[in-house]
Design a protein around this ligand. Structure first.
Ligand code: FAD
Length: 494
């Protein structure tokens, strides 16, 4: 037990971990479920504490419609699950992938779009199209079926339990307190409490050296709506990596997320300073706006689909990066943040759920190899620390530059020196459809297989992409001007 470990925890002899450990997972979202499954299948005993109640309903539609998830504000927002998530599941939990597909999820074979055909190694380029509820319930059912997991729903975590160590500057988390006054102890605690995890504030008075925390604004308001295709119809064919149209009008961006069971979702995103376009929260304004965009109109036409949710607005979106390793030293032991509690980024890049799956399984592998509990933080940081820091930096830079562009600053989207982030997103991604090498590089970046700066570290590739972008001329306008859109919205509301 942790009490036995703590006094000599940092010395290999006294601190050797047991092969079958007591794991405590805080939060039953994608990260917590992934970690629980990974721990349980490695033979550990797992207690999972989750504040929300159990799913209500059996079918994918019932779970999507009825599961009350106040603990996850974005539970019904559209999600893409990228190649990394699929790779991890294929390797570690293929039954979960099978369950998502059996529930109507699609394996989106991006490699079929490679100009000139694909090689066997390209067959990794597959994302999963499913509503988040459908993906999460598949993971959850797998966890529920594990005899080593005790899942306690309706249990809110309210604080940490700590023990002293031989080093007075290094607190050791040995468990948590619940809202019901219970103390739950474990060898290792995984903080999977999501984007609003309070664990850092609980650690604040305990740690001598503060954990690292960096934040930046995404600068977006999200307006989403889910649709289902009419009986007998499937989603329109659209040859894009993530299967749906995406665009940036210079004052509003949009993206279609293809989902399971002939459903799809549309997101329209506007900057935080935009007041008039907040009318998108009204259904008639939303539908009129979508119908006025040439690439979206066929999707939302009443002959093609019908809405299955109201418009779902969401704001207060931030990028965040945390680490419990500072200057290569842990600031606390016995606890490890994973998923959104560790890092979250602009949701439109769709990294979070896939990284959450990845972190859950990495933590389990790291724990299996660690000599002692005290070495887990460093080993986990070695495995994912650089990656999450780089993703936070890359997405923060893109958000910053997009806000500069939307704010009216002249940025040449075909010039990487003006903004590498926008050059990649707005010039190189569209050009990838015409060049196999570019396609593979973009697809590996989008699917989280390559570090975010892999493309810019290849000057030849960047120069070829730049020439292609210049030859193609300015990107075509993919929708109305702001003034035209406001007029359309106003007409629809009167
Ligand atoms: C608008 C939006 C769209 C997104 N779209 C995508 C996308 O397309 N693709 C993608 O990969 N990612 C997307 N994400 C990000 C993705 O949803 C997250 O990265 C993912 O949910 C993180 O999983 P998690 O388990 O870390 O956290 P969460 O899913 O937030 O889970 C946290 C869990 O902890 C529980 N909890 C919280 N507090 C307590 C407490 N005190 N005690 C007990 N339990 C508690 C909650 O109820 C919840 O179950 C999106 C995010 C947003 C905001």
């Amino acid at each position: 037990m942790p009490e036995d470990l703590s006094p000599g925890m940092m010395t290999p002899a006294a601190g050797r971990r047991r092969s079958r450990m007591d794991m405590l997972v805080l939060g039953g979202g994608v990260a917590g479920l992934s970690a629980s499954l990974a721990f349980a299948r490695s033979g550990h005993h797992v207690v999972l504490l989750e504040r929300d109640g159990p799913p209500n309903g059996a079918s994918p539609d019932e779970v999507f419609d009825r599961w009350d998830r106040p603990g996850i504000a974005h539970f019904r927002q559209p999600h893409n699950f990228l190649g990394l998530a699929r790779d991890v599941l294929l390797e570690e939990a293929p039954d979960v992938l099978d369950a998502v597909v059996a529930a109507g999820g699609l394996e989106n074979r991006q490699y079929e779009l490679i100009p000139g055909g694909w090689e066997p190694e390209d067959e990794r380029l597959v994302s999963i199209c499913a509503r988040r509820a459908v993906f999460e319930i598949a993971l959850r059912r797998a966890v529920e079926a594990e005899p080593n997991v005790s899942m306690r729903v309706g249990t809110r975590v309210v604080g940490l339990l700590t023990a002293g160590t031989s080093r007075s500057d290094l607190p050791h988390v040995v468990g948590v307190r619940t809202g019901g006054g219970e103390e739950v102890r474990a060898d290792l605690v995984a903080d999977a409490l999501g984007r609003t995890s309070p664990v850092m504030s609980w650690l604040d008075p305990l740690t001598v050296r503060p954990p690292l925390e960096r934040r930046s604004e995404c600068g977006l308001l999200y307006y989403s709506r889910h649709f289902r295709c009419r009986p007998g119809l499937d989603v329109p064919a659209f040859p894009a990596l993530l299967r749906g149209p995406r665009g940036d009008l210079g004052y509003l961006a949009f993206a279609v997320f293809v989902e399971d069971s002939r459903t799809f979702a549309l997101v329209m995103m506007i900057p935080p300073w935009e007041r008039e376009l907040r009318a998108l929260r009204f259904e008639e304004a939303y539908m009129a706006a979508a119908s006025s965009m040439p690439s979206l109109a066929p999707w939302v036409h009443p002959d093609q689909s019908e809405p299955i949710t109201p418009v779902l607005p969401m704001g207060r979106l931030q990028n965040l990066h945390r680490s419990l390793m500072v200057d290569r030293q842990p600031v606390v032991v016995g606890i490890q943040p994973i998923g959104d509690a560790l890092c979250h980024t602009n949701p439109s890049v769709a990294y979070g759920a896939s990284l959450s799956v990845h972190h859950g399984f990495v933590l389990s592998r790291v724990a299996a190899r660690a000599e002692d509990i005290g070495s887990i933080a460093a080993a986990f940081d070695d495995a994912v620390g650089e990656d999450v820091a780089a993703r936070f930096d890359a997405v923060s830079a893109e958000d910053r530059d997009r806000l500069r562009l939307w704010g009216g600053e002249p940025i040449d989207l075909r010039n990487p020196d003006d903004s590498m982030a926008l050059f990649l997103r707005m010039s190189v991604y569209p050009a990838a459809a015409r060049d196999p090498q570019l396609f593979r590089a973009v697809a590996r970046r989008v699917n989280l297989f390559d570090p975010p700066d892999a493309m810019q570290r290849d000057p030849e590739l960047i120069e070829r992409a730049r020439r292609m972008a210049v030859d193609a001329g300015p990107p075509p306008r993919t929708g109305p001007t702001r003034a035209e859109l406001l007029e359309t919205i106003s007409a629809a509301r009167n």
